[in-house]
Design a protein around this ligand. Structure first.
Ligand code: THU
Length: 133
């Protein structure tokens, strides 16, 4: 099984467990770390709406808890007629653990619709260089 296929299956499995009683919008995310490990996450909503978290947040937290800090590839899976892209906050979260080579796969149930880089998703990002000033 190739990496994209495995990432898709993991994101799909996580998405099935999304806790979405308020938006009814299920999202799954899966990561392949630079170290070669796979992680996944789903969105988890809360009756106090701002306490909810995105699928990407869960997958990144799982990766960090597993001891890895570099995303080689991340696949985000959601359903919609248009291309679904990560929210602004998740772009910043992905950026923290990405390199210019990190592949970000945007998928729906039919498969990956687009693969992009963090520079495309978050141009002019706030980054380490800004704190060094
Ligand atoms: N959501 C994600 O999981 N990832 C994103 O990048 C965008 C939004 C979730 C949050 C909320 O549970 C639902 O989708 C609707 O916004």
């Amino acid at each position: 099984m190739n990496n994209i296929h495995k990432l898709f299956e993991l994101a799909e499995a996580a998405r099935k467990n999304a806790h979405i009683p308020y938006s009814h919008f299920a999202v799954g995310a899966a990561i392949l770390s630079q170290e070669g490990h796979f992680y996944s996450g789903c969105n988890v909503e809360n009756i106090s709406y701002p306490c909810g978290s995105c699928a990407e947040t869960g997958a990144i937290a799982s990766m960090v808890a597993g001891g890895d800090t570099q995303i080689a590839e991340i696949l985000i899976l959601a359903e919609g007629s248009e291309l679904i892209t990560p929210c602004g906050a998740c772009r910043q979260r992905i950026k923290e653990f990405s390199s210019p080579q990190t592949l970000i796969h945007l998928a729906n149930s039919s498969g990956v619709q687009k693969t992009c880089t963090i520079a495309e998703l978050l141009p002019l990002a706030f980054a380490e260089k800004d704190l060094m000033k």
